[in-house]
Ligand binder design. Structure first.
Ligand SMILES: Nc1ncnc2c1ncn2[C@@H]1O[C@H](COP(=O)(O)OP(=O)(O)OP(=O)(O)O)[C@@H](O)[C@H]1O
Length: 573
């Protein structure tokens, strides 16, 4: 059956009018389409039929702050594909989106090539919940600390997750990149353990002294970032209560610190946690919380042995006990398991069901029991003729992970000219904090060398660097000492550089999930962000395929005379 655009429109409106519904895409990902996303998909579905507005204006990241200015190529048959999407909240409330200005004059970057200007990007307020931290039942001491750190309002996903975790549910938290998932699980944990916790009657008699929460992350950088987030909330006097156990760092020093500081929370990478645990230096049997951040990556083949050990030991009492006799369900309830990612494929749902006790799926503004989620089926896309064809179904897990505030483009360039295209792109968009992704380490160094040679401050981040070098590079980049960070997949997940205003794919990501995580390094917390994929002519079909899977407009463009020219593509799907 082939659907006409009108039918797709009606279908999507029907989806949008129910508060939420499940739509499941290929590679068995899970999709729960809540209202704002349904409206967004609706916009995407209509992309090809929108009326032409104005065609002459330029786009810079600076201009994206208040308005989008897009210049369209002269030769195009002009279908309007630019302009800001309404924020999710605006969509949900059917607030009219801000109309873009398309008639401003093109602007050239006036910045010297090497300038690094640290600027603050505006946060999208619609991402925040109508509820306060008090209403979510967080203890007063914790709220005080949050306020001291300038955190006064929870985001939507925090508002949904905090009460659920506080009610001791096992949970899968899914929400798009940069929406505040880290605090969504940290705050309910810190309400239960440590110096900021909710006062209880047993406080005086509480003899618990071992590790009470284990947080696992796939990379050192993400692990360290989570540690810093916990330290920030605990404050300087209590920050020793969290201990990092990441690979690449001195293991004996970590073991000594465990012994000396007796942390309540450990955060680490799977290999190091399981290594130290196997060596008998980390005791987690009495642990109350196990968090797997970027769970879909942690459950991949690479980590299976270490993850197996962690899942078997954390929060599981050793030796025979009455619980063992009671069977697996009783054993499960000894710890609370929280699984987190922007991309939750169905395999994670399946795993969560087998480990969890009445687990629920938590997304911003929606909570559903995992048992109600059925095996995914492909969903019809606008041009889908065969509902059972996986190639025509949308990769909904990746769709869900993309912040609505992003603009996506692709630009064709010969391999040998990619660095020049990258420079022109940065100048045209006046981007100040840029993350450029590549697939291999060696060419990555060449790119840094060429950028530096042309006066653009650039640095590299990849697995060949030692732990110290990696954290120094990252700190300098976050502090604005470098304008461009050239990196690989290592930085694609979890890395939070709020000022990042541009993500570049110098090599194509392997699939739409990888595209989504890379893209999510910009547009953090609803800020404006742009993603540009620089590819060769022969690779454009891959971009088109990802565009279809992600259901977002990835617009063809070029950079000439210091400005961005957006072309219309006749075959926008
Ligand atoms: N309630 C809040 N108020 C203000 N800022 C917040 C709040 N919650 C989180 N943030 C900030 O938002 C940024 C993004 O948060 P976080 O890294 O947790 O996002 P995420 O959803 O885990 O992203 P990713 O999927 O990429 O890992 C961080 O800089 C964090 O400090």
């Amino acid at each position: 059956m082939r659907l006409t655009v009108g039918q797709v429109h009606r279908h999507v409106l029907a989806l949008a009018s129910s508060r939420s519904c499940f739509v499941l895409g290929d590679n068995l990902p899970l999709r729960m389409l809540s209202l704002p996303r349904a409206v967004r998909f609706h916009q995407t579905a209509w992309l090809g039929t929108e009326t032409v507005q104005d065609k002459s204006a330029s786009l810079t990241l600076a201009s994206l702050e208040g308005q989008n200015k897009v210049e369209y190529g002269k030769k195009e048959k002009a279908t309007r594909i630019g302009g800001p999407k309404p924020s999710s909240r605006a969509s949900a409330l059917k607030v009219k989106p801000k109309v873009s200005s398309f008639n401003s004059k093109p602007t050239k970057s006036t910045l010297p090539k090497s300038a690094v200007v640290k600027k603050t990007l505006k946060i999208d307020e619609s991402l925040f919940s109508a509820k306060s931290f008090e209403e979510l039942g967080l203890p007063p001491l914790l709220i005080d600390r949050l306020n001291k750190e300038g955190l006064s309002t929870p985001t939507e996903v925090q508002s949904a997750a905090i009460p659920i975790i506080s009610q001791k549910h096992d949970a899968v938290i899914q929400s798009y990149t940069g929406s505040g998932k880290t605090l969504a699980y940290l705050l309910p944990i810190l309400s239960e353990i440590g110096p900021l916790k909710r006062p209880t009657e047993q406080d005086g008699s509480d003899k618990r002294s071992g590790v009470e929460a284990v947080i696992v992350a796939p990379s050192r950088e993400l692990g360290m970032q989570i540690v810093r987030e916990v330290e920030k909330i605990l404050g300087p006097n209590d920050k020793r209560l969290v201990q990092q156990l990441v690979g690449g760092a001195n293991r004996s020093r970590q073991e000594e610190a465990l012994k000396k500081n007796k942390p309540l929370i450990v955060v680490g990478t799977p290999g190091r946690i399981s290594e130290i645990s196997a060596g008998g230096k980390l005791h987690t049997h009495g642990c109350r919380f196990l968090v797997l951040d970027e769970v879909d990556q942690l459950l991949s083949f690479n980590y299976r042995e270490d993850m197996h050990r962690i899942l078997e030991h954390v929060g599981r009492k050793s030796g025979t006990s009455s619980r063992d006799i009671l069977g697996p369900l009783a054993r499960r309830s000894e710890r609370q398991t929280i699984l987190v990612s922007a991309t939750i494929p169905f395999s994670v749902i399946r795993a969560a069901r087998s480990w969890g006790h009445d687990p629920v799926l938590v997304r911003a503004m929606s909570i559903v029991p995992l048992d109600s989620i059925t095996v995914p089926r492909p969903v019809l896309s606008q041009t889908d003729a065969n509902p059972n064809s996986p190639s025509n179904s949308v990769n909904q897990a990746a769709v869900d992970s993309l912040p609505p505030s992003l603009e996506h483009y692709y630009c064709i360039s010969k391999a040998q000219h990619k660095v020049d295209t990258l420079r022109r792109c940065i100048h045209a968009l006046e981007a100040q904090t840029v993350i450029a992704f590549m697939n291999n380490t060696k060419p990555l160094k060449d790119v840094v060398f060429k950028l530096e040679a042309r006066g653009m401050k650039a640095t590299e981040l990849h697995g060949d660097l030692g732990k110290l070098a990696r954290s120094t590079v990252l700190k300098k980049f976050k502090d604005g000492e470098f304008r461009v960070l050239v990196t690989n997949e290592l930085s694609a997940r979890g890395l939070d550089v709020p000022e990042c205003d541009l993500v570049i794919n110098l090599d194509l990501p392997t699939d739409s999930t990888h595209y989504a995580h890379r893209a999510g390094r910009t547009g953090r917390l609803g800020r404006k962000g742009t993603v540009v994929t620089i590819c060769e002519e022969t690779e454009t079909f891959v971009v088109r395929k990802m565009r279809k899977q992600l259901a977002v407009p990835i617009k063809p463009c070029e950079f000439t005379e210091g400005k961005l020219l957006v072309h219309n593509e006749e075959d926008v799907e």
